[in-house]
Design a protein around this ligand. Structure first.
Ligand code: SF4
Length: 484
């Protein structure tokens, strides 16, 4: 049988989206809507755990939110006024049901469910030590490390146990957790992954992005701060800051590609930022041309900004098929060879004999760029000038984003001129660091005190990569067979 393959493996992919709600009689229905709005952050699996004052109930499944949570029957089986949910794009652990979150465990203090976005950079070492102490892991997800560290903590309250567990872990994460009394939200000390707080009448919401508040008509209150723990119970909301203060290093790629354009991230509308990025790109590397054409959908806002700044007309010169699934079974070599045309087609009537500025948000392996440039060329474009609304990606991300190994990244192998030749463009240019920082409204990247994580461009990793420094990480399942 042909294995379904990821159709779009030439992009960075966000690992997960999380959502939590406290104090609404239809908590799970709203969680399902919130997850639906966060679907762009993970399409491989979805899950919700709800608590009704007596029992925790969960539904977790592979596939999209709409395929798994749109039936009344499923929602009816998740009663209660508290719920958390998760959409998953795996970066660690396999895509099997036992890895689908929220994960749940029974403790002496009662049940606890956790949903997590990000990646723990010392999870392997922590897991190895926990296995030696007798913990038996049920999943290959690094989130389970948190579950076991909470179980063996000597502190009495669940919040103190969670703090104790998180103090032993390194990494970039946002998480939501559900106990019998609380909804808890946490962001790592550098705030690399996003988490926002909202209000929906009397109910509280925690979500990866503000678009998950908009879908249910909830009001945005504020971003959860880096290193902050939010604890919500019947008495209201408490904020705890138990970790050493550090300068925030939010993932700058959220602005470039991950976040939905209608979300507001750290007070800035993502669509606006992307337009500013496009304008910076035009200021830095404009070339005479007839049309500005985005690679849809992610290149659209930057292309609009580029066109506005340069005065070159914007046209939808490439049409995207929105009905191509996340995975596509490509049964033969010949069909597989059709590649990107499953998803994109050139709007030839607009491209013929034109000098085209093609705007995309990033180049990862370069395989998509090669096909797109070839397609535009075959549609009759006279010149193709590729402009990329981010700096060259030269390093892998270890903070919760699915990225190829460094040696597969085109920019790690070639300089810009060679990359242009490789993808078949007449010219190629990337946004500079300074242009990117200007567009996101930062004070500029001074090299010593950047306000964002930009490690996939710069190689400056703000959180230690402890597991990697120890050498190659074996497949996590093999831990169970490792001699103690
Ligand atoms: Fe975001 Fe890149 Fe940092 Fe990963 S390495 S968190 S993708 S900026």
């Amino acid at each position: 049988m042909t294995k379904p393959r990821r159709h779009d493996n030439d992009r960075f992919h966000d690992e997960c989206g999380i959502f939590g709600i406290f104090g609404h009689p239809e908590a799970s229905a709203h969680a399902a809507l919130g997850l639906h709005a966060l679907q762009h952050r993970g399409q491989e699996a979805a899950g919700i755990v709800a608590y009704n004052g007596e029992h925790f109930r969960s539904h977790r499944a592979l596939g999209l939110v709409g395929d798994n949570f749109s039936s009344e029957e499923v929602i009816r089986r998740l009663p209660g006024a508290m719920a958390i949910g998760h959409v998953r794009y795996s970066t660690t652990g396999e895509t099997v049901l036992r890895n689908v979150q929220p994960l749940f465990a029974d403790y002496e203090f009662g049940g606890l469910a956790i949903a997590h976005n990000g990646n723990l950079t010392n999870a392997y070492a922590a897991r190895k030590s926990l296995v030696r102490r007798g913990c038996i892991f049920q999943s290959t997800s690094d989130t389970e490390t948190i579950i076991h560290l909470i179980a063996i903590s000597h502190y009495s309250t669940v919040v103190d146990r969670m703090i104790d567990a998180l103090r032993q872990l390194e990494g970039a994460y946002s998480l939501v957790a559900l106990t019998r009394e609380n909804l808890i939200g946490v962001r790592d000390s550098l705030g690399i992954r996003p988490l926002v707080l909202g209000r929906f009448g009397e109910a509280y919401i925690l979500a990866s992005e503000t678009c998950a508040l908009d879908i249910i008509g909830a009001e945005f209150v504020r971003d959860v701060e880096p290193g902050e723990i939010i604890v919500i119970d019947d008495k209201g909301l408490r904020s705890i800051k138990p970790f050493a203060k550090a300068r925030s290093r939010f993932c700058i790629f959220e602005y470039i590609y991950f976040a939905r354009p209608d979300s507001v991230v750290l007070g800035k509308n993502v669509y606006e930022v992307r337009k500013r990025i496009g304008a910076e790109l035009a200021r830095e590397s404009h070339v005479d041309a007839d049309l500005v054409v985005p690679v849809p959908d992610s290149g659209v806002p930057a292309a609009i900004g580029y066109a506005e700044q340069s005065g070159v007309p914007f046209e939808i010169g490439i049409i995207r098929n929105h009905y191509v699934g996340r995975t596509f079974i490509e049964p033969t070599d010949r069909i597989r060879h059709l590649g990107v045309r499953l998803k994109h087609n050139a709007n030839a009537a607009y491209l013929r004999d034109k000098r085209v500025i093609l705007i995309d948000d990033s180049i990862v392996r370069g395989t998509t760029s090669v096909k797109i440039v070839e397609m535009v060329r075959r549609a009759g474009a006279r010149e193709i000038h590729m402009r990329i609304s981010s700096p060259p990606i030269r390093e892998s991300c270890f903070y919760g984003i699915d990225t190829p190994d460094r040696e597969k990244l085109l920019a790690a192998r070639y300089d810009v001129e060679a990359m242009a030749g490789h993808i078949g463009a007449d010219t190629l240019a990337f946004l500079s660091f300074d242009g990117l920082y200007r567009a996101v409204g930062g004070a500029g990247r001074d090299g010593e005190n950047p306000q964002y994580c930009d490690a996939c461009f710069s190689g400056d990793y703000p959180i230690k990569l402890s597991d990697r420094e120890e050498g190659p990480i074996p497949h996590q399942l093999s831990l169970l067979a490792e001699p103690g």
